[in-house]
Design a protein around this ligand. Structure first.
Ligand code: NAD
Length: 365
């Protein structure tokens, strides 16, 4: 059953990790390493069953292959899940045990932070392996990724505005932002500086008030954010928020935000947005600033270099819109095509190289 699923979705390797002393129960999934070593975060979650954890890690690892490829990174996709409650089951020993498993993969997989894990957990992993990103800044690492993620959302929004309005200025545009958390706050700052008008919402009053105060934003109730009159909607809180109930309410021209898996059902809801004349900037490219930033740690972190690469998301989003137009498909599928094309091209380069090597060797014999 597992091999069948792996073959169907193109998975290379799944590693089951257990450590009796620390109680570690984790799964590392490496989806595809055509473009380079697999990079993806470590999620700790109280999964109800091992099957649920396995399904999640496979889904997330494959998602990282697409995200890294579409972001123009020479990295493959992988992910780790730890079965457990991050509030009570964590220990240094657990992450060190996981670090030894990561080390045993010899660089085929590079681990990072995700939901339920922290910089301190990555530091514990770092005690056992160098194949880890998102460690403390004292090790020369990149620190909080949110401002860099926000930068990627901002340039994606500008490229989307160019597509819809003919120029990429956000000055005078109204942007409705769902969530006032880490990414949304840094994004709001960039938009405010450019002269955009902001409408914001959050379930946490304190976060909401901070955005209202700092950026002269208008606050609305969480359920009202979908129906406000604006140019752009930026989902920066939750996944699955573009669905049968919310899309009919939207009065915007563009959806572009940091949240993962915004479309509840990719094809159906991507199509629904298109039919309403709303341009959707695919989430996993829009929010790839975070992974581009941590990936830079692999070359000895340099913030300017990371920022330059993040600014290239502008071109990547442009390519997605071009593919969508040429192939008459929705942008969410065009993003997948962009990622698959990069992987296919690399496979071709590799097979041509191998064929040449083979012919040289056989000539020598
Ligand atoms: P965060 O937790 O700092 O902010 C999320 C905010 O959304 C919180 O303030 C929360 O109160 C608010 N919120 C939750 N439910 C809400 C609702 N129903 N209505 C309105 N507000 C609600 O998270 P973040 O780091 O800013 O990330 C935001 C999104 O971007 C997440 O989906 C995350 O997965 C994604 N993302 C973040 C990064 C990053 O670098 N932080 C990178 C890639 C993707």
């Amino acid at each position: 059953m597992l091999f069948e699923a792996m073959e169907k979705e193109g998975f290379e390797q799944v590693v089951f990790c257990q450590d009796e002393v620390s109680g570690l129960k984790a799964i590392i999934a490496i989806h595809d390493t055509t473009l380079g070593p697999a990079l993806g975060g470590c999620r700790m979650w109280p999964y109800e069953s091992e099957e649920e954890a396995l399904i999640d890690v496979l889904r997330l690892a494959k998602g990282m292959t697409y995200k890294n490829a579409a972001a123009g990174l020479n990295l493959g996709g992988g992910k780790t899940v730890i079965i457990g409650d991050p509030k009570q089951d964590k220990s240094e020993a657990m992450f060190r045990a996981l670090g030894r498993y990561v080390e045993s993969l010899n660089g085929r997989y590079i681990i990072a932070e995700d939901v339920g894990t922290t910089v301190q957990d990555m530091d514990a992993i770092h005690e056992e392996t160098d194949y880890v990103t998102g460690i403390s800044e004292s090790f020369g690492a990149s620190g909080n990724p949110s401002p860099m993620t926000a930068r990627g959302v901002y340039v994606s929004m500008k490229r989307s505005a160019k597509e819809v309005y003919g120029n990429d200025s956000l000055s005078g545009k109204t942007v409705a932002i769902q969530g006032c958390g880490n990414v949304a706050y840094a994004l709001s700052e960039l938009l405010y500086q450019e002269g955009a008008k902001l409408i914001v919402t959050d379930i946490h009053q304190e976060a909401l008030e901070r955005s209202v105060r700092q950026f002269s934003a208008e606050a609305v109730k969480p359920e009202d954010i979908y129906r406000v009159k604006a140019d752009i909607f930026a989902p920066c809180a939750l996944g699955g928020i573009l669905n049968d109930q919310t899309i009919p309410q939207l009065k915007v021209k563009i959806v572009c935000g940091s949240a993962n898996n915004q479309l509840l059902e990719t094809k159906k809801h991507g199509q629904l947005l298109q039919e309403k004349g709303i341009l959707y900037a695919p989430d996993y490219i829009v929010n790839s600033g975070g992974v581009i930033n941590v990936a830079d740690e692999l070359k000895c972190y340099h913030p300017e270099r990371a920022m330059k690469k993040i600014d290239e998301i502008y071109e990547q989003i442009g390519k997605v819109f071009e593919i969508a137009r040429d192939e008459k498909i929705i942008p969410a599928l065009a993003a997948d095509h962009l990622a698959e094309k990069r992987i296919q091209e690399m496979l071709q380069v590799k097979s041509t190289f191998l064929a040449k090597e083979h012919s040289l060797l056989t000539r020598r014999v």
